[in-house]
Design a protein around this ligand. Structure first.
Ligand code: BES
Ligand code: MN
Ligand code: ZN
Length: 498
């Protein structure tokens, strides 16, 4: 079993000597810490250990009492430690410790002087919780239990370890929730299920919330309500499906006057077949991940409701699958979006922007300080940036700066792409206000961004195309194979750091 998010997963001791040691080393290797274990730095170097961030070596020592122990040396690099570095190192300790079934470990975070003990401690908890994440709910057999089910952490004196651990598990819990939703196959996650998961997550955060601090609420719009509200984009994408659509609105309202109002909007396509413009075999293989934007918004909202910032936040997820049924929207059909604009659908596989058009129209009606949307929107973004970077576009330099800063602090890779006015005419339609695809073969990420810009007006807005980093093929650092939960941490940082 992976570590649970409950506080029982971690025992926190304030005397570092109480736990059997894991050595955290700077480069050059700290001789003092090694002497204590009876290990020489030349031995450590001979194991190939280079002390880079997250490198590990398992050592074998005998304590003065004659007990065998397997301390783990973990590298912390030779430059100033960031929060992301500490998470990565802690994740590496967890991976190494789970292989040798070392039951108790302590990671010395005293090297993270610049971060402050509380932040470094929270990063350790988060790194370990995230590294221990596994998606097992579809396994027929429960599989082997992890050898580690409890970790003892030695917090430096004066650390508010309980508060740091609570903060860490709110964020790691939000990320794990987003990963679960993205990993869950489309056959087990309809739009209705996705909405229900949001209701569950916000409902449980609401029960925990102190009414003097704020309130978390959630509302779901069904097909009839969507029709009454004029959400023709989401209804048009849903037209070919036997599953009903759902639009979820989650709110965090602090008790006092909020410092800002932020809207988050997520693309929640539970499966993207392409619709009548059916995808190829290769193109469809991973399309259960096409609700990754919505999952990030739900995960972030669940964390935000627990962290209780004095910023008001509304999360909107536009949920449906995209199917080629006999009643599906056909190329050439025209849809009317919530804000009154009409769209000629020339490719039913450019569906994400149609559902987001309704979500963004709704978001700007509140005149928030910032709107952020997240979407696995274009394969072209992966062509441009690969699978480790999300593309960022926006209509407001200050909003773009804030998003880039939040992502940097969160350790998530965002790259700023342009919204070139020269390309806007590619979206001109002869029959409606807009076409849903550009006219040429190139710049598909940018024309998608320009399309979305038509639905936000003057409201400061940034769009994150997360098609690449929504999933990974390798266990690395705090990421486990499969869904990454990308975006949750940046959103939390953006809101809580406002
Ligand atoms: N969900 C896809 C984008 C996608 C592709 C996400 C690969 C993750 C991995 C999106 O709905 C889509 O199909 N986009 C089209 C747009 C095109 C029809 C203009 C694409 O990228 O090919
Ligand atoms: Mn598509
Ligand atoms: Zn899609």
């Amino acid at each position: 079993m992976p570590l649970t998010m409950s506080s029982e997963a971690f025992e926190i001791v304030t005397d570092p000597g109480a736990a059997s040691p894991t050595v955290a080393t700077d480069r050059p290797v700290r001789a003092g810490a090694l002497d204590m274990l009876g290990v020489s730095s030349s031995y450590l170097a001979a194991t190939g250990f280079d002390a880079s961030v997250g490198s590990t070596a398992v050592l074998a020592t005998t304590t003065s009492a004659g007990e065998q122990s397997l301390p783990i040396a973990v590298g912390l690099g030779d430059t100033e430690l960031s929060e992301a570095d500490v998470r990565k190192a802690a994740a590496a300790v967890w991976r190494a410790a789970s292989k040798v079934a070392s039951l108790t470990s302590a990671l010395a975070v005293s090297a993270a002087d610049d971060l402050g003990a509380d932040v470094a401690f929270a990063a350790v908890v988060e790194g370990m919780l995230l590294a221990s994440y596994r998606f097992t709910e579809q396994k027929g057999e429960p599989g082997d239990a992890d050898p580690l089910d409890r970790i003892v952490l030695a917090a430096p004196d004066g650390t508010d370890a309980a508060a740091a651990a609570a903060r860490a598990s709110a964020i790691a819990g939000g990320i794990a929730l987003a990963r679960d939703l993205v990993n869950r196959p489309a056959g087990a996650l309809t739009a209705t299920d996705l909405a229900a998961a949001a209701v569950d997550a916000i409902g449980s955060a609401a029960t925990d919330a102190d009414p003097d601090v704020g309130a978390a609420t959630v509302e779901v719009w069904d097909r009839e309500r969507l029709a009454a509200e004029g959400c023709g984009g989401l209804l048009g994408v849903n037209a070919g499906s036997t599953e009903p659509p759902a639009l979820v609105r989650m709110r965090w309202q602090p008790a006092g006057t909020p410092r800002a109002v932020i809207h988050l909007v997520g693309k929640g396509i539970t499966f993207d077949t392409g619709g009548l413009n059916l995808k190829s075999f290769e193109g469809m293989e991973w399309m259960k991940i096409d609700m990754g934007g919505a999952a990030a918004v739900i995960g972030a909202m669940s964390a935000i409701a627990r962290l209780a910032p004095d910023v008001a936040v509304v999360g909107t997820c536009c949920c449906t699958d995209n199917q080629p049924g006999p009643t599906a929207t056909k190329p050439g059909d025209v849809l009317r979006i919530r804000n009154g604009k009409t769209v000629e659908v020339l490719n039913t596989d450019a569906e994400g922007r149609l559902v987001l058009a309704d979500g963004l129209s709704l978001a700007v009606e509140d005149e928030p300080d910032l709107v952020v949307d997240l979407a696995t929107l274009t394969g072209a973004c992966m062509v441009a940036l690969g699978d480790r970077y999300a593309g960022l576009m926006g209509n407001d330099p200050a909003a773009i700066e804030r998003a880039l800063d939040a992502a940097r602090a969160a350790g998530e890779n965002l790259w700023h792409l342009p919204l070139p006015p020269e390309y806007r005419k590619q979206l001109d339609s002869d029959v409606a206000d807009l076409r849903n695809i550009g006219k040429g073969r190139y710049g598909g990420t940018l024309t998608a961004g320009l399309f979305l810009a038509e639905f936000v007006g003057e409201t400061p807005w940034v769009h994150l195309d997360i098609a690449g980093p929504v999933r990974t093929d390798a266990d690395e650092g705090e990421l486990s194979r499969g869904a990454t939960g990308f975006g949750v941490r940046t959103l939390v940082e953006l809101v809580c750091g406002w």
